[in-house]
Design a protein around this ligand. Sequence first.
Ligand code: NAD
Length: 639
Amino acid sequence: MTDIHIRKSGHAGRITLQRPKALNALTYKMCLQIDDALKAWRDDDEVALVILDAVGDKAFCAGGDIAEMYETGTKGDYEYGRKFWFDEYRMNNRIHEYPKPVVSFLQGFTMGGGVGAGCHGSHRIVGETSQIAMPECGIGLVPDVGGSFVLANAPGRLGEYLGTTAARMNAGDAILVGFADSFIPQSEWPALIEALETTGDISVLEQAAHDPPEAPLLAITDEVDRHFAGESLGDILNSLENDGGEFAQDAIKRLSRNAPLSMACTIEMIHRLRGRNLTMRKALDMEYRFTYRAMEHGDFIEGIRAQIIDKDRNPKWQHPLNGVPPVAVSKMLIPLGKNAVHFDEEEDSMKIGFIGLGNMGGPMAANLAKAGYKVAGFDTQNVEIEGVENASSAVDVAKEADVVITMLPNGAILRAVADQIIPVMKKGSVVLDCSTVDVESARDVAAQANEAELLSLDAPVSGGVGGASGGTLTFMVGGDQNGFDVALPLFEVMGQKAVHCGPSGNGQAAKICNNMILGITMIGTCEAFALADKLGLDRQAMFDVVSTSSGYSWTMNAYCPAPGVGPQSPADNGYLPGFAAELMLKDLRLSQQAAKAADADTPMGQAATELYEQFVENEDGLGKDFSAMLPRLEKRGRS
Ligand code: NAD
């Protein structure tokens, strides 16, 4: 099961979170997938409304998945977290500003990141088990993902109370405060979702709404308003301490658990945001000021350690509860200038640099441009690719790009290009090599990129020129998860499948192993046809048997080397490539180079390499499809 299920059903765009074991916690990838789906459906006439729901009884979504942020943050790499929040907030805002109804069904826990996805649509449905909260101050953050927008709009001082204490709301509370719209018993949700899908009409929701359960917050609003009206966290604490009653004691207990700097900033944020001119964008901008700095200057790393990693619940916050200096608050909330979160569509689209616009690179770059990406390209041959802006050098392409894709003939050329572009690329941008090269070159280039604080992926492809122009390539990807997540939307445009195979070099390793099997099986299939001929076995009969027996393979069933037999293949076209024999030879040589370096015994791979070498270099194989091994073998006898 994937973490998220995105599809169209009837008149609805459906987004279902399905990581129930992790309480549907949102990963960075899930945020990007939600955002991509919303973008795609905005102008899609088949989608009348969007439904957001989740699998499992316990939670709609208990928060953002912060494990990766913690891991990168503890190593002093703050960029991953910043990028996660940046893109997540844009997704939150997209939900809030969406031109079509967004209906969310919020069973169980909806907290933090879950609020960002579930509580900004037009129709937010809660049920008997709903529990909503903004618990960020407990881990050294502030109520974010647009939570500060809802809190600043909440009645009285409930925003300050809920934001700092992280108190949970039931369905009645959530409607009172503004996190939800309607209460509908959960047993009715499946039928309601079906009705929304079939009709595409949100009026079915109005008919289904029930009176919400009592809101326990109503019983304490007077005290909340009295104590949480102070200018600062210090004022609030003083007021509570001077009271000593049950509510005050409980509130102090709750506040004592959370990061003082976070709570002080929460109060300040809500005060600055509250008012008639408040917009979601303003709230997200304010939140991002804090989260951008949270790892480096806040208590976030320590908060995660204490609550989630070591679980000792004994965080060492930077400041005592009643001792956060006002200047510390100001420093966290100073505007970020050029680093601020923005919601601009034009700037939003990733800038792509493409180096190597040959048989493969050309159509791949064209597909990206067609999908709306801004693509600048460079090739040493003067080529024009539709939609791709021609640059005068590799350096020019690389300077401005968020992702530089290379599609080059071999590892030596890749290394030479990498030497030029890596020094000029922006920190945090991605080097994405799709060429087929040796594992060592891939790993060396990745190390060079990582040293320059760039992300790097080796992502060789299979699918050939047809796959490149049709956008149906398969990518085998090596490199870290963050880079993979950034590149995923690009893989989705250029191909139909991307498999993350592990760290740098593993994409090339997968490609080389796959193509070694391909070369060996093609020779085996051709040998068997040549033998069958000599034994007087009809080729069609041979195909009919083998393609459904244990000798079947891709080379037999999908790319049959015998003309007139099986599906259409280069054999039916005079053995024009397709996949040229010299490219097969290149990949087989890479496999043997890797086998030698890794001390792996590959006798069949070696034999296949020698045979293709002979075919390409000494016979007439050059420029022919690699399946032309069949006419070669056909002509020969045993010696
Ligand atoms: P190609 O020769 O058509 O394209 C390579 C391009 O790189 C050429 O246009 C060349 O001018 C350009 N180039 C060379 N040096 C350069 C430099 N320093 N700066 C900028 N551009 C430069 O080859 P292709 O078929 O597009 O294959 C590209 C890669 O994809 C290879 O690594 C190949 O093994 C791999 N591949 C090819 C296929 C296929 O079926 N063609 C399938 C899978 C993988």
